[in-house]
Structures are given as structure tokens and as C-alpha cells.
Design a protein around this ligand. Structure first.
Ligand code: SF4
Length: 356
């Protein structure tokens, strides 16, 4: 357990910020809290209503990470950061600007223990859980970066958060829960604008359904029978499809929120009429919307993107079965925006920056 003196500002409980400035009066602590959560800035020097000495003392202690790599794509509408914590853990975060929303895809763990075969992060293995402060700091950092450099035509703050970066959020439940509390009760984000994505941690889905917030749930399904699913997502052996669908139904009934099913099409794997029929049946049972994307190939995974005709036939099959489905082009191909890809790039770069 780290003591409070070693923690960055975002890792402290928002109600325990006096650890940052023990001799300051309560109104100063309130001002610091405002800077951290309501109006985040990249550098404490910009905290203009704080005395100079206090700003200096916050320098180096504001963020729980430094920026390792920053990339932009889609004419500046997609930004990706690979943050590094002081102990070397990598944290990937992707910001995407749209016309009416600014969505941030955040990480909940450094690495991941789930070992899904289609995921770059899964091939690295698990490093550690992120704490709630490290999770929320990704949002604060994006808000601070947007303040410096807005995305033209998009809201100047993060309006939507998706837990679809590195890690399985429901395997880090206590920190997920605390981060949701801080997003909703401290940053004042709408619970309905936050989506937790899971590959199927059934007990975690039940716990999330029982929380007081109406956050969204996305189930990364990717296969619609147990044999194929277990071959792609080892966790399916522990929590097979029937249990996962039951948990999804519990979530839907308890929260009233429609679940979304995520489906990454992989060439020759899950892009056939049989999977489309089975997927449609599951979506009907859950009254779920299906988001289909095409595999973004990575050096560490064997799967490829299907061709256009196969994608079109698959979407037609879903339509034929009456499923509610949308094909979505993924953002930021040229910046390794798929989960874990930036980290691969970083790990395979030679010291002079050339690609191996
Ligand atoms: S897809 Fe998600 S759960 Fe599976 S290995 Fe990747 S990060 Fe982990």
C-alpha cells in the first residue's frame, strides 16, 4: 500500500486532497479539487488562482503517468496516448471527436489476463490493475488536452466514456466501481454516457446491475456458440454462453438499459451464415443491438479482416434474421487504434525509433 505522500493528485480520494497541501485552508483544497475534476489543466502552472508556491509543489505530482507516445489521425479527430506510470506500466487511451459527442476509450488494467486470441493486449499478459485514480486521470487528461487543443466541431469535453481499452474492467471491480463514482458524482458525467465493456465476467455483470447507476453494458461476444467462443475467449469455458446471456438478461431487467453486443468479424472464423443466425438468436433474447466491426490485424494475432463482400453478406444475414445491427468503421487505422496496438509499436521500436 502506497502512502498518500507518494500518490499523485488524481490517485488521492477527491475528499482527501488536503494530503497534497496539509497547511492550506479548506477553500484552497476546494480550488484544487475544481482544477482536478471540473477544469483540468495539463500543468499546475495554469491553476491561476493558486499561490505560486502551491502550484510549484503540485508540479510533478499532478498526473499518475507521463505521456510515452501521442499520435493523431483522421485529420486530428482521433488522438491516442500511451501513458506510462512511474513503475513502467502502459496505459492506452483513445479520444474520438464526432459531431455531437467526444468519446474517450479508456483502459482499466495494464495488460490483461484474459488472453483473447484476437486482441493485442491479451498477448502481452497481465501487468496490474489500474487504480481508480489512474482510470479517472485518463478522462481528466483528455479534458485538459481538449482545453488546449479542441477538436473542431466536437464538444470541448469528453461526453462519453467507453471501457474498451486495455483490460477487462469487471475483473478489476473495486477500482471500476470507485472510478464510476468519481466520474458520476465528482466530474458530474451522466451515467448513461458511460459504457462498461466485458468479455463475459458473469459475477461482475450481476454486481454492476445492482449498482445505483444506469451505466451501459457492452458484451464483447465475437462468437455465438460455446465451441468457437472458447477457442477465441478462454474465459468462456468458465462462464459459457447460457450463463452470459442469463447475466445480460438480469442486467437488462434490473437497469432497463439495452445491452449492446460487440462483434469483431474475423476472416474465416465468425463471418459465416451459421454464426449470423446464432448471433441473431442471442441478440433477440437480449433485445440487444449488435455493433459489428472488422478485425484490425495486429502483428501478434493470427486473425485477418474479411473482404467487403463477406462483410456485406454477413450484415445481410443479420438483417434477414431481423437482428438490429450496425457495421461501424473503426477509427484511426493509421495510429494503431485497436486495443494494445500502440503498446506493440512501443515494444518493437528500436532505441532510435526505427520499426523492427
Ligand atoms: S479483448 Fe479485452 S478482455 Fe480480451 S484480452 Fe483484450 S483487453 Fe483483455
Amino acid at each position: 500500500m502506497q502512502d498518500d505522500l507518494a500518490l499523485s493528485a488524481y490517485q488521492l480520494d477527491p475528499e482527501g486532497l488536503d494530503a497534497l497541501a496539509p497547511n492550506e485552508p479548506p477553500y484552497r483544497i476546494d480550488q484544487i479539487r475544481e482544477w482536478l475534476y471540473a477544469h483540468p489543466v495539463l500543468d499546475p502552472a495554469q491553476m491561476t488562482n493558486l499561490p505560486g508556491e502551491l502550484r510549484k509543489s503540485l508540479a510533478g505530482r499532478l498526473w499518475p503517468f507521463v505521456v510515452g507516445i501521442e499520435q493523431t489521425a483522421d485529420a486530428g479527430r482521433t488522438r491516442k496516448w500511451l501513458f506510462r506510470s512511474p513503475n513502467g506500466a502502459s496505459i492506452e487511451t483513445v479520444l474520438m471527436g464526432y459531431r455531437k459527442r467526444t468519446t474517450l476509450c479508456i483502459s482499466s488494467q495494464a495488460g490483461c489476463a484474459m488472453a483473447c486470441t484476437f486482441c493485442a493486449t491479451g498477448q502481452f499478459g497481465f501487468e496490474r490493475h489500474l487504480d481508480a485514480g489512474e482510470i479517472v486521470a485518463q478522462i481528466a487528461y483528455a479534458n485538459a488536452a481538449l482545453r488546449e487543443q479542441p477538436i473542431a466541431g466536437s464538444p470541448g469535453r469528453v461526453t462519453n466514456v467507453v471501457f474498451m481499452g486495455m483490460g477487462e474492467p469487471l475483473a478489476n471491480y473495486a477500482n471500476l466501481r470507485e472510478s464510476l463514482h468519481r466520474m458520476i458524482d465528482v466530474i458530474d458525467m451522466a451515467a448513461r454516457s458511460i459504457t462498461v465493456s466485458t468479455v463475459g465476467v458473469v459475477p461482475g455483470i450481476h454486481k454492476l446491475a445492482d449498482e445505483p447507476w444506469q451505466v451501459g453494458l457492452a458484451i464483447s461476444l465475437h462468437a455465438a456458440d460455446d465451441e468457437l467462443r472458447t477457442s477465441l475467449i478462454p474465459l468462456n469455458k468458465r462462464y459459457p454462453l447460457d450463463d452470459l446471456v442469463d447475466a445480460g438478461l438480469y442486467f437488462f431487467r434490473k437497469t432497463g438499459r439495452r445491452i449492446s453486443i460487440e462483434w469483431t468479424m474475423m476472416d474465416g472464423v465468425n463471418d459465416n451464415p451459421d454464426q449470423a443466425a446464432k448471433l441473431s438468436r442471442i441478440a433477440h433474447r437480449l433485445s440487444a443491438h449488435i455493433n459489428v466491426i472488422a478485425m484490425n490485424p495486429t502483428p501478434l494475432t493470427p486473425h485477418q479482416r474479411p473482404d467487403r463482400m463477406t462483410i456485406r453478406d454477413f450484415m445481410d444475414d443479420l438483417d434477414h434474421h431481423g437482428a438490429n445491427a450496425t457495421f461501424r468503421e473503426t477509427r484511426g487505422h493509421e495510429i494503431d487504434a485497436a486495443c494494445g496496438q500502440l503498446r506493440i509499436r512501443s515494444a518493437t521500436e528500436t532505441p532510435n525509433g526505427a520499426q523492427l
